[in-house]
Design a protein around this ligand. Structure first.
Ligand SMILES: *Cc1c(COP(=O)(O)O)cnc(C)c1O
Length: 232
């Protein structure tokens, strides 16, 4: 069993060092604990250690954990690929969705967001390296997708998300994240509500923070490695 308390302390320390190195304040980066495939008991431990925001990729699994943890005050982020028939449950049960990659999904999330809840915060997922295995729009498509999503009443487009390919060289990794950051800056003139760059995972959070990440999504370094490689 991983020591979640210690792991969280280490990850927070890495975030603090990376923000200092980048001349940023530590509170400008939010830690999202990615708990896919991990049991509710581990999330409960992370909560006891002060963690509130959790990221999940698989809807059914997430809904089960939400029930088991209903007594805790948690913030839930959906970060996995989205099929249209899953949008209702996502709109009803999450605070954030990082993986919106087409207008139709945004429309459904907006339509299906229950009244009484605040607008659903979303990020547009960008496929930075145009990899077949990953979802997301290309950098060139982002502006068009944003234009249609920004009109929808019950979602709030907060920013961009990406999972760039891993580079062995840290400068190259940072340059990849920087392309996403530049696109976000370019769009902020028209969409001042864009305040979020969801980028950086266990292996590359330093490079992501150097390039301007505001949410890092960390799984392995908090909860330990996952049984089998999961499709992301
Ligand atoms: C699994 C996953 C993560 C966490 O990755 P780690 O390398 O385990 O930190 C982050 N983002 C997304 C979209 C994921 O699917």
């Amino acid at each position: 069993m991983p020591n979640i308390d210690d792991n969280l302390i280490q990850v927070r320390t890495r975030i603090q060092c990376a923000t200092e190195a980048a001349g940023r304040r530590p509170e400008t980066v939010q830690l999202l604990a990615v708990s896919k495939t991990k049991p509710a008991a581990m999330l409960r431990e992370a909560h006891a250690a002060g963690q509130r925001a959790f990221g999940e990729n698989y809807l059914q699994e997430a809904l089960e954990k939400q029930q088991q943890l209903a007594d805790l005050d948690l913030q839930w982020h959906f970060i996995g690929p989205i099929q249209s028939n899953k949008t209702r449950a996502i709109a009803e049960n999450f605070d954030w969705v990082h993986s919106v990659d087409r207008e139709k999904i945004g429309q459904r999330l907006s339509q299906q967001r229950p009244c009484g809840l605040p607008p659903l915060n979303i990020c547009v997922q960008v496929n930075l390296d145009e990899e077949q295995s990953k979802s997301g729009v290309t950098l060139d498509e982002v502006a068009d997708v944003l234009e249609s999503l920004a009109k929808l009443p019950n979602i709030c487009v907060r920013g961009l998300m990406a999972i760039p390919a891993r580079r062995s060289d840290e400068d190259a990794q940072r340059a990849a994240f920087a392309r996403l950051a530049e696109k976000c800056t370019e769009l902020q003139d028209r969409y001042p509500q864009l305040d979020t760059l969801s980028m950086g995972m266990s292996g590359d959070l330093e490079a992501a923070i150097a390039a301007g990440a505001t949410i890092v999504r960390i799984g392995t370094d908090i909860f330990g490695s996952r049984e089998k490689p999961q499709a992301i």
